[in-house]
Design a binder for this molecule. Sequence first.
Ligand code: UDP
Ligand code: MG
Length: 329
Amino acid sequence: MPKLCVVVPAYNEGESLREFHARLAAVFDRIDMPCEVLYVDDGSRDDTYAVMCSLRDADARVATLKLARNFGKELALTAGLDAADADAVVVIDADLQDPPELIPAFLAHWREGFDVVYGTRATRAGETRLKKFTSAAFYRVMEKLSATPVPRDTGDFRLMSRRALDALKRLRERQRFMKGLFTWVGYKQKSVVYERDARFAGESKFNYWRLWNFALEGITSFSTAPLKLATYVGLGTAALAFVYAVWVFGKALLFGDRVQGYPSLMLAVLFLGGVQLMALGMIGEYLGRMYIETKQRPLYLIDEAIPASQRGTAEEEKTQRQAMMAGVD
Ligand code: UDP
Ligand code: MG
């Protein structure tokens, strides 16, 4: 029988997890196939892992994975997906912004033959105008710049089929912009529109500085357009400079050359200096990422991996745990 695994990355979500699990368990009860949830503790500093362990003790469908430290959501998700062994995998946030009740709808589309079913946010409750605006702007820019445009207003909340998951697992880059990677995989994709709720408890872990870096990550991992920008800005300035040179030279021929033009000289020097530094910075963004990529460090480290107890005997559990740990590379 096909099996479903729900992967939940959590960082300091101790307050939400019990409520989250109660809602997810209610959904599982309505699904007529074996279900499992894998909670990934991304090095939380609160009682998140303790809560996960107590959920695992109380419910045989719960597996847990504890990372060695906080690696960030993208890597926590990667660790979870590497460990997930199922025919359909769902990725969902632990803060209840994405309703688990949508999972049966995802499954229905999966049964129709879709490989990726993703949630598209119709509304985003509890988020500021500025966040909505910057997020919308980001998706528009990505659409223009990237050859793998990320669907608008789509988060990580989605279902993936076995083959989509296997394809995703082959992308081992260190700079992980998951939304982009999900899209890159392709296959038959389907969007399901939903209302995004406000957080159940706590605050978003993504402040604007983190979001800005996240956006840079997205753009640099999926587009090299910024690298070409310098070429065109350079060409444009050179063309303008040529026109200006003709004018300056002609004026000098006709009216003689009195030493003048300090302001324009200063302007040109400062402007070009700025443009050059910006272009260098852009090259630096890519170079830095290449540097990190060449180090070939493991993506994440696992502290403890415990499979769901419904999977079988202690002996089987041991081999499964070893298999889960072996997922690290
Ligand atoms: N998260 C994580 N590691 C981190 C930051 C966040 O695993 O370093 C998890 C977090 O617990 C939540 C999900 O990623 O389940 C989304 O985080 P958040 O709600 O802060 O992001 P937002 O919804 O504001 O984009
Ligand atoms: Mg959230």
